[in-house]
Design a protein around this ligand. Structure first.
Ligand SMILES: Nc1ncnc2c1ncn2[C@@H]1O[C@H](COP(=O)(O)OP(=O)(O)OP(=O)(O)O)[C@@H](O)[C@H]1O
Length: 289
């Protein structure tokens, strides 16, 4: 569980806060996505919830951030291993380079923690299996596709059994196939009951995957709710976020009376198909109101 209350943060050299009076909660097992324009404070928020900001960055922080009830201001980063894990944009930067195979790379963090050998196998093999990496377990991490490397980064964190995972634009460096792999892995995290904070700009995938969406604009949370509520909001563009094509198409149709009256604007392909299907049926019946 993540709890953020009245939290503000200013980087050491900055003249204005990167985050201002931010408040939200992510319930256990929930997947909460964060969207916003460039410089809105998304990466800073990822750092705050994973403990790197301000522990590693310095700067001035006010307010409270708790992960599983632990106040991060009072918890050293080492105390967060097994509680919260951070996956960043570029999988390449997250591979230690100190190990020869995928399996050894996943073992690396556990070795550092001094986990006994027998327990290591019991923890690593299911993670490889869950993420579909068993077939490449003996390969070098550098031979993997970008998507598989990101899965490896996720696996290296997952094996530490955090209850909370923060992913900061994990698909931004990946092609469509890599994207699909990462979003499948998010499904796996959910099945395992991990609470997820996901910074993501691929709105189509996010709309189908998230329980809740927060919008950050210039360091402030300007909207939060279900993907349907938040992503169909007509202020989305003002907040620096490009709306989904389905929503835009349905908004145009609605302005011409061609979207079903009581149907909310769609944020998924299925919902768009349903709404436009209803309109087509109505017109086919000769109902042109
Ligand atoms: N290390 C730093 N020192 C000073 N200011 C910083 C630092 N990192 C980020 N900032 C500033 O803090 C604000 C928020 O930045 P942040 O990177 O969190 O935004 P973001 O939403 O992740 O942006 P983007 O989508 O462009 O990555 C910006 O004004 C940025 O210039």
């Amino acid at each position: 569980m993540i709890e953020v209350k009245g939290f503000s943060f200013t980087y050491p050299t900055a003249s204005r806060p990167a985050l201002a009076d931010v408040a939200f909660e992510v319930a256990p097992r929930e997947l909460c996505a964060v969207v916003g324009g460039g410089g809105a404070g998304k990466s800073t928020l990822a750092g705050v919830v994973s403990g790197t900001v301000p522990h590693l960055t310095g700067g001035t922080a006010h307010g409270v951030v708790r992960v599983n009830g632990r106040d991060l201001a009072e918890t050293p980063l080492s105390g967060l291993v097994g509680e919260v894990g951070l996956v960043m944009q570029n999988p390449f930067n997250q591979i230690s380079g100190a190990r020869f195979s995928v399996r050894e790379e996943i073992a690396f963090g556990l070795e550092n923690l001094g986990v006994p050998r027998e327990e290591m196998a019991a923890r690593i093999d299911p993670v490889l299996d869950d993420l579909g990496l068993t077939g490449v377990r003996d390969r070098s991490p550098y031979e993997l596709s970008g998507g598989q490397q990101q899965l490896l980064a996720i696996g290296s964190i997952l094996v530490m059994r955090p209850t909370v995972m923060v992913l900061d634009e994990p698909t931004s460096q990946l092609d469509a196939a890599g994207n699909a792999l990462v979003f499948e892995a998010l499904g796996t995290l959910r099945e395992q009951g991990v609470t997820v904070l996901l910074i993501e700009h691929r709105m189509e995938r996010l709309a189908g995957a998230a329980d809740r969406v927060l919008v950050l604009d210039r360091g402030t949370i300007v909207a939060q709710g279900t993907p349907g509520e938040v992503l169909a909001d007509e202020r989305l563009e003002e907040w620096g976020v490009a709306p989904l094509r389905y929503t835009v198409a349905a908004r145009h149709a609605a302005a011409r009376g061609l979207w079903p009256d009581r149907q909310p604007l769609p944020v998924t392909l299925d919902a768009a198909a349903e709404g436009f299907g209803e309109t087509t049926d109505r017109l086919a019946r000769g109902d042109r109101r």
